[in-house]
Structure formats: C-alpha cells, structure tokens
Design a protein around this ligand. Structure first.
Ligand SMILES: [Zn+2]
Length: 254
C-alpha cells in the first residue's frame, strides 16, 4: 500500500463506529482527502489533539486497495491554534473558512495557493487579527485563487476607471464593478464607494505577508463584506452551514 506524508489541515471529523473517526483533511500535495483514524474515538491518547478541527499536521496516510478512503496511522502536530478554540467568534470564523474551502475543492485535487491561504487565515484568527477585515480579504483571495477574481480595476461595461467622479455598484453576473454612468437604468444596489473599490483592488494584489497592514474602516467593511460573501455563496451554489453562526458573530463585532 503506498503511503503519503504531506502537511495537512483538519477540515472536519466525525465519529465512525465504536472506536474510529473519519477525518477530512486538506493536504498540501494531495488536495482534499478522507481518512479513517482507527481507535481515535475510543482513545484520546492515540492521537492526542492532532486530529482536532483546524490543526495543522503532518500525517502519514496509507492508501487502501479499492477504496478512496486512506488510513491515518501517525500524525505529527505542527500547529494547534489554541486561541481559536477559546473564543466562540474566532471558532465561528475558522469553521466558516474551513467549510468554504471544503465546499470549493474536489477530492484529490491539490491546490497549493488555497492551502497557503487557509493556513494563513487560521494563523491570523489564532493571533487575534480583526475578524471582519480578515473575512473580506479571505473571500477576495479565495475568489482570485479559484479563477473568479472580481474586477475592481475598471467598469466591466465601459472599461474605464473614473475615480471619484462617479459611484460604482457590483454586478454579480459580470463579476466586477459597473460605474454609475453605465448603470443609469439599473437600481443602485450593491454600492461600492471609489475608496472601497481601490482598497479591494489593493487587497487583491498585496502579498499575504503584508495584507495585515491594510486598514479596513467601517465603511469599506460594510460595503464589501455582504457583496463578497454573496458572490462566493452564489458561485458555490450551496448553503454554508457555519455561515449562520458566523452571522451571529458578525452582529457582535461589527
Ligand atoms: Zn462604465
């Protein structure tokens, strides 16, 4: 049986039978993998906290004949993110980010950039980053990585950037901004101010290491968060269960 040793993030886990657990891992080199951890339910000592949600680990995965299910025998814990588990709103955001990635990726379809984004986001949540801006950036970068980068450079209709001379709205079908000159007959919903558009454009191209330096004040957050969330959810076409809990957390921190 071939084996793999690859960094991974625990996206989900559930009990299986009397003593085992089924684990969903987002691995660096294999993509999303479902694995069985024998004895993990019965004995906490067997894997200690390596298989907790969000844990960054390096498991040894054995392929099983005639099955897509792998088996985890050993697992090194690289980072456990203890602060995430101590605060409900941090837990809600981390769960949401993991569920979004889980929903987006297919089994055994490696996605190194997405892996780096999720790991970066979990580290930021754990380190106490402001959650609402982090969520905006996560949606924005997720969209860019999976090939649906919103166009915040110029109006998707006239192809011009008119700065503060006009206002802008977001067009979901075209995946970008429409200037008010081109949207004369459309209802003015999904409004984005020029300052918010510029900030989002900057957040698309800034490296992850420098993203925490970008400052999102209340207005750009209020304008962009619902638009980006709706855009991601509509592209996915399915309900993200942890979003309901997240909405409750957002009420508390916005
Ligand atoms: Zn235009």
């Amino acid at each position: 049986m071939p084996l793999h040793k690859t960094p991974a993030i625990i996206l989900n886990h559930k009990d299986f039978g009397e003593s085992d657990k089924i684990i969903t891992l987002f691995t660096y080199s294999l993509g999303k993998i479902t694995s069985i951890a024998k004895g993990a339910k019965r004995s906490r000592k067997r894997f200690a906290n390596q298989l907790d949600l969000f844990s960054f680990v390096r498991p040894i995965l054995w392929e099983k004949h005639h099955s897509s299910l792998t088996r985890i025998d050993q697992c090194d814990l690289l980072q456990s993110f203890p602060s995430i588990r101590k605060a409900p709103e941090r837990f809600a955001y981390a769960s949401y980010f993991c569920e979004l990635v889980d929903a987006w990726v297919r089994d055994r379809d490696p996605h190194a950039e997405l892996f780096h984004l999720l790991l970066w986001a979990l580290r930021m949540v754990d380190q106490g980053a402001s959650l609402a801006p982090l969520s905006v950036i996560f949606h924005l970068r997720l969209l860019t990585i999976v090939g649906y980068a919103p166009n915040f450079i110029a109006c998707v209709n006239c192809n011009l950037w008119k700065g503060g001379q006009v206002s802008y709205s977001f067009n979901y079908e075209k995946g970008g901004i429409v200037c008010s000159d081109c949207a004369l007959n459309l209802p003015l919903k999904n409004r984005l101010s020029p300052g918010t558009v510029k900030l989002l454009s900057l957040a698309q191209k800034t490296s992850l290491a420098k993203l925490s330096r970008l400052h999102f004040s209340a207005q750009p957050l209020a304008e962009s968060a619902p638009i980006l969330e709706n855009f991601v959810h509509s592209l996915l076409g399915k309900e993200i269960k942890s979003y309901r809990f997240l909405s409750g957390a957002q009420e508390c921190i916005r």
